[in-house]
Design a protein around this ligand. Sequence first.
Ligand code: GRE
Ligand code: ZN
Length: 327
Amino acid sequence: MRGKIGLEEHFAIDDTLLDSKGFFPEDIWVEVRERVLDLHGRRLRLMDEFGMDMMILSLNAPAIQSIPDAKKANEIARKANDYLAEAVKKNPKRFRGLAALPLQDPELAAKELQRCVKDLGMVGALANGFSQIGDPNTIAYLDEKQYWPFWSMVADLDVPFYLHPRNPLPQHSRIYEGHGWLMGPTWAFGQETAVHALRLMGSGLFDKYPKVNIILGHMGEGLPFSMWRVVNTNGWIPNRHHYPAKKKISEYFQNNFYITTSGNFHTPALLSAMLAIGTDRIMFSTDWPFENIDHAAVWFDTATISEDDRMKIGRTNALKLFKLKGS
Ligand code: GRE
Ligand code: ZN
């Protein structure tokens, strides 16, 4: 189909570029480096060729979330956001932006989000999981109480928040020791991000801020497949689950979450996700430059779903969620 919109589509600036390097062999890095730094060249040509009308761009990972010093994190985030705003200004028909945020300091993050949305015209934010704060070994997850005023700002601005993966810290990765191939997008990214998302659901955050919308990539990081079990495990035991939130976990998943197809171009997974979260909450994405636009587009354009669903997932769901005007 023509007119597809992608919303997990990355770029890098010099300060964050090397964060992506370790995921790839040296010879492949030459290619990835070129892809991630490019905005207006090959990226647009591929978008044209494979029917992508628009990319909603975001910074690479873990980038800002891995800068322990809050002041420095804020500085680099502002630099990346200014750069992104310029890129969007240069080609507003084809690009929009998601803000990078210094979540080391929730107040600074809220201020930067406000600046990005109000002054720079960004349509949401993207964060790469937990933030390292003060020192590299101290981390915080976004359900923790210090972040609730930040979420109040997200609710007020009424913009979606993309929870993007990062790897767990080495000291939390004993299970992967000797099995490094499971790190990153193969498995550890999804595991880390799914648990982070479940923490948000169980925390009560969405009872207080029911308008907050979280987007997950990679077909929901396994959650569509696992949600029944999360809710119903040991169903014969009364009051089995204890968490601060008021409702069933699946209700938050269905009311406060959206998912994208980034890096998960598999029809059985898509069909299962359509049953679990509904067609209205799934959106096309590629995960360029770490995945290929052609792989994503050729799969999606021919996937065995109805044309009506293809149009929703490929385009109109994103237009609605980000309040974009379709041309
Ligand atoms: C991503 O952002 O999704 C990503 C990386 C690094 C390697 C693979 C990948 O940041 O999908
Ligand atoms: Zn990504």
